[in-house]
Structure formats: C-alpha cells, structure tokens
Ligand binder design. Sequence first.
Ligand code: PNS
Length: 160
Amino acid sequence: MVAVYPGSFDPITCGHLDIIERASRIFDEVVILCAVNPSKTSMFSLEEKQRLITEAAGHLPNVRVDHFTGLLVDYMHANGFRVAIKGLRVISDFEYELQMALMNKRLAEDIETFFMMSGSEHLFLSSSLVKELAGFDTPLDALVPPCVVGPLLEKINSKR
Ligand code: PNS
C-alpha cells in the first residue's frame, strides 16, 4: 500500500524525517507531498522543498517526493492513492488535523487519514520555530537534516 505524507515542509525538520522513516517501515511506498497551506507564507518554493526532502530522505529506497498545488484529495484521486499520513505533536495539532481529516473525508469518502504520533524528542519542534532560531545563530544540527542547514541560513541572510 502507498501512503502520501502531505505537508508544508518549510523546511523539512528532524521531526518530519522521523515520521517518514517510521512510515517507510509500515507502508510499501511513501510519497512525501510538498503541498500548499493557504494560511502559511512559504520561505522555500515547492521545488526547493522537494529538492531538500529528496536529499534528506535519500537513504530510504521506498520513499519519493512530489509537489502539488491544489486539493490533497484531487492529488490522491489522480494518482490512485488512498491513505494520507499526518503527524501529531500537541493537542492544538489534533484540533486542526481532526478538522482537516473530517473535511477530506467529506470531500472523498474513499481516502483515509492515518495519524502517527511525533517522537517524544521532537514534540517541541516545528518548521516555524526552526526558521525563527535560524535568525539568531543558534545551532540547528539536532533540529533539521544536515542538508537543510546551509540553504536555510542562506534564505535567512538574504532577507536581512
Ligand atoms: O504542514 P502543514 O502546513 O500542516 O500541512 C498542511 C497541508 C499542506 C497538508 C494542508 O494545508 C493541505 O492539505 N493543503 C492542500 C490543500 C487542501 O487540500 N486543503 C483542504 C484541506 S481540508
């Protein structure tokens, strides 16, 4: 069975990568989908995010990366996929993710959302916090995959 892991990934963090690694041991194939969250402004383009994720997840043979601008359920239907993975960290994630899962169910009865709890060492981690810290010379090594550090600092510095 193929599972799609959609998200903003702006940029991918070690928390995302942990979910991807664990999902790749459950599903035959995992497609990481860089999608657009209309309520967020992105620092990286979809293509840049796709490149970074491809490098970060390069050690996982049954994982590939794609990007899409549109409704998740339309992407899933167009490709014949039926399971979407979402990661949950804190209670505020649950409210938002439950709302999205129920809306997606209403839009597409045949698609299931598969929730995975974040690893305890990543409960505090978010792309937004990583971007904030990157502006203050804080070490990012334990927060994002190594290939993300350089491009993230470049983006931050180019905005100064
Ligand atoms: O990492 P995020 O920002 O929590 O990911 C949210 C994302 C991109 C998965 C969500 O916004 C999404 O599915 N966007 C695609 C458009 C869509 O299908 N919107 C309706 C959701 S009910």
